[in-house]
Ligand binder design. Structure first.
Ligand code: SF4
Length: 65
């Protein structure tokens, strides 16, 4: 089963950690003051997992498709 990376925008506190760790997948949306996923499937899994583990708001997670 495929997995996608999703961000709970309500929970995101716009700290920038995820985009710093894995800019290929996460981008800070300045207008929304939230992080967004720009590449849900194709990113480096280890860096995505590191971002998940590092998010202070626990706002990033895998979602099964
Ligand atoms: S690490 Fe978490 S709280 Fe910080 S910008 Fe990314 S999703 Fe938002």
């Amino acid at each position: 089963m495929a997995r996608r990376v999703v961000i709970d925008e309500e929970a995101c506190v716009f700290c920038g950690t995820c985009a710093e760790i894995c800019p290929e997948v996460f981008r800070l949306n300045e207008a929304k003051q939230k992080s967004e996923v720009i590449k849900p499937e194709g990113g480096p899994t280890d860096l995505i997992q590191e971002a998940i583990d590092s998010c202070p708001a626990s706002a990033i997670r895998w979602q099964d498709e």
